[in-house]
Design a protein around this ligand. Structure first.
Ligand code: GLP
Length: 264
């Protein structure tokens, strides 16, 4: 586990974009696992800039998104489909046929549908690099507290904390979905490499529990401690509850000297 501490949100966003860009340049047919949420916007903006100005080519890249609200059609402005299109896909050259996001309009046969999403990931060769954000309740994807650490893609009821946090994206009076389809924790842990982005003081507690707390179903992100290649990108405000920051700084310095390519 590598913890990279960044001064602020902009630094963190550029660092995350550089990790993705380096991975795409190394393997153009990269299978990329993507997350939505405000934290990822800066990273997508930087990737779009790199595509425009530095010829970063996504034409062979395929993507699988973590989750989508149940009940929202792709064109719904609060859907994760819309968010991804608006923030990323409409600005780069990933072929539409290679973009996968769970379908929030599925009404029946969830089990078959979720299995088909898992099959598509496996059929593509598995996720090479998975991007994650983190919820205030420690969720990754929409794996709310008490999600099984071995869970697979499935429908999930949203926690009270998530409903409170994400309702800011919905207009007053607008009905917010209470369930989502999400990749499971077991699905996420199968990615070959994982990076998690956390920014802002609201995430500080969840970040500390995920990195330094015990592995527990109460904090889904703590399951990442089991993964052999996970990097946490954390800005100063999100790092305030971490106990070992001095040590993480020293690890960053050593990593930069010994294996600079691991920083991106
Ligand atoms: C949503 C998504 C997560 C995301 C989290 C944090 O609930 N399902 O994948 O990591 O929120 O969002 P934000 O970055 O807006 O704080």
């Amino acid at each position: 586990m590598l913890v990279l501490l960044h001064r602020d949100y902009d630094d963190l966003s550029v660092a995350a974009a550089r990790i993705i860009a380096a991975a795409v340049r190394r393997k153009p047919s990269l299978i990329l696992g993507l997350a939505s949420g405000g934290t990822t916007s800066g990273m997508y903006r930087e990737l779009a800039r790199m595509h425009r100005q530095e010829a970063l080519d996504f034409s062979k890249t395929a993507t699988f998104n973590l989750d989508e609200y149940i009940g929202l059609a792709p064109e719904h402005p609060r859907s994760f489909h819309y968010f991804m299109d608006d923030n990323f896909f409409s600005h780069v050259n990933i072929p539409r046929s290679k973009i996968h996001i769970p379908d929030g309009t599925v009404r029946t046969g969830y089990e078959e549908y979720c299995q088909s999403y898992e099959d598509a990931i496996r059929g593509a060769g598995g996720i090479d690099l998975q991007i994650l954000g983190i919820g205030r309740d420690g969720h990754i994807g929409f794996n709310e507290p008490a999600s099984s650490l071995g869970s697979r893609t499935r429908p999930k009821t949203l926690s009270r904390t998530t409903l409170e946090d994400n309702c800011r994206n919905f207009a007053p009076g607008e009905e917010m979905p209470t369930c989502a389809i999400t990749m499971g924790i077991g699905t996420i842990l199968e990615a070959r490499r994982i990076i998690l982005l956390a920014s802002g003081s609201a995430k500080a507690k969840a970040v500390a529990l995920a990195i330094e707390g015990p592995i527990t179903a109460s904090v889904s992100a703590s399951a990442l401690q089991l993964h052999p290649d996970v990097t946490f990108l954390v800005d100063e405000d999100a790092a305030t509850e971490l106990a070992q920051t001095e040590y993480y700084h020293r690890v960053m310095e050593m990593t930069a000297k010994l294996t600079p390519e691991r920083l991106w």
